[in-house]
Write a protein that binds this ligand. Structure first.
Ligand code: LLP
Length: 431
């Protein structure tokens, strides 16, 4: 169990969270290495070891610090990066180039140059102009690169509109229109500078139904067949994206196999019928690897009890370290980490310290009566919390600590005021 209650205090992967809050200060992101490693073990059991010729590329956007990418490397997974910064982080920890995949709907020239010079395993091309830029860079550097095309399969997914990506009206991917897609495929096949290896889709995030993945797969397989028929060209790799949902409050998290088994069955069946070897199959989970492994610790400050309206409990972080409630109306749950043995007889709203009324982390939650100085723990903040953090109101970005079986390891130091000012300049004429 990664959560335990001992002496009225919440313990996380063997560590007393109240002591962690004291040692490192708050707000504090804490990740259980045991939980991350258990998720990776599930990926192995249910996908990598179960089906040969498969890969998992961790979507670094969910949480991408140096230590996390080193862990992913050590676990032997690939990594999906979407910016020069994520790519640089991977390079800086010596991530093997062939296990890096580069996604993104507007990769900059400098980013593509860095990727091609480092020799990344694949560039997942998101638009037809991108191919020309890549070819130009390959010509200049004399290097050939593997590419895939990300397509928009035109399926809908049941999730927040901001994180649905597979429908046709999307800034992501190449539409599968006859006059757009097939000329692009032909260009890629004929290009002397790229190896065109496959197709990619990502239908959305935080999904609990495998229907959109399966629907997108059918569309993809149809086009794989068309490409074979028209160009006598065999697609060697298909990437099914990520998006597997996790538990924030009471969502019914599904095992990975709920998604991967029917997808693999369909792919295997399709190729068996054709009498062909099936291509490599890749998935790109982010949230489902780190989401539930992370918690955030805060210290309670002001408490404002508005008679007959609401009791606001302010903490020392907020939308700067977790933008998800404000951006997606995401729901979280939490506890008072130092009052685990007391009855939850108070109803409060936990809010942040930013100058925004929408800076609410958890609305109307039952907890023991809170007091200033209490430590609040918010669960399942491991994905898209730290990676979407900001310096709004010039709040420093919190530290990140990894814990495992009672030991704690600082992996990101808390930002200081000086860190925030490092790149600021007051022109001399103002002084
Ligand atoms: N692959 C691609 C191409 C993606 O665009 C994404 C997520 C993933 C993989 C990983 O999806 P995951 O397994 O983490 O669901 N900030 C939002 C989520 C944005 C997801 C964007 N793409 C949130 O906090 O919910």
């Amino acid at each position: 169990m990664i959560y335990e209650e001992k002496g009225g205090r919440l313990h996380f992967d063997g560590c007393d969270t109240v002591s962690l809050a004291k040692k490192y200060g708050t707000p504090l992101y804490v990740y259980s290495l045991t939980d991350i490693q258990n998720r990776i073990a599930e990926l192995r059991d249910d996908f990598l070891d179960k089906y040969d010729n498969t890969r998992v590329a961790y979507a670094a956007k969910a949480f991408s610090t140096s230590a996390m990418l080193k862990l992913i490397d050590k676990e032997g997974l690939s990594v999906d990066v979407v910016s020069g910064g994520e790519l640089y982080t991977a390079i800086s920890v010596g991530f093997p180039a062939e296990r890096i995949e580069f996604n993104g709907n507007n990769k900059l020239y400098e980013e593509l140059l860095l990727a091609i010079e480092y020799g990344v395993g694949r560039i997942i091309v998101d638009g037809i102009e991108e191919l020309q830029i890549i070819e130009g860079i390959c010509e200049v550097t004399g290097k050939k690169t593997n590419i895939m095309y990300r397509v928009t399969p035109g399926v809908k997914s049941e999730t927040h509109e901001y994180i649905t990506t597979g429908k046709k009206d999307s800034k992501f991917g190449i539409p599968l229109d006859e006059e757009v897609f097939y000329p692009a495929v032909e260009d890629a096949i004929r290009s002397p500078w790229v190896n065109f290896i496959g197709l990619h889709f990502h239908v959305g995030s935080q999904l609990f139904d495998n229907g959109s993945h399966l629907g997108a797969l059918d569309v993809l397989l149809h086009h794989v067949d068309e490409i074979r028929n028209r160009f006598s060209f065999e697609i060697r790799e298909i990437n099914l994206g990520g998006g597997f949902g996790i538990r924030y409050t009471d969502e019914p998290r599904r095992p990975l196999s709920y998604f991967t088994d029917p997808l693999m069955d369909r792919i295997k069946g399709h190729y068996k019928e054709l009498g062909l070897d099936r291509p490599t199959v890749v998935i790109e989970p982010g949230r489902s690897i780190v989401g539930e492994a992370g918690i955030t610790l805060y210290t309670v400050g002001n408490i404002k009890d508005i008679e007959g309206v609401r009791k606001y409990v302010s903490v020392d972080g907020g939308m700067t370290d977790n933008i998800r409630p404000a951006l997606y109306q995401a729901r979280y749950t939490g506890v008072i980490a130092n009052k685990m043995d007391l009855g939850k007889d108070d109803k409060v709203t936990i809010c942040g310290k930013c100058c925004e009324s929408g800076d609410i982390l958890i609305k109307d939650i039952n907890v023991p009566s809170p007091e200033s100085g209490d430590v609040i723990c918010v669960f399942s903040t491991g994905a898209y919390g730290h990676s979407m953090a900001s310096n709004y109101n010039k709040n420093p970005i919190p530290a990140v600590v990894f814990v495992k079986e009672g030991k704690d390891y600082l992996v990101v130091k808390r930002q200081t005021y000086q860190d925030m000012l490092r790149n600021e300049i007051v022109p001399s004429w103002m002084i």
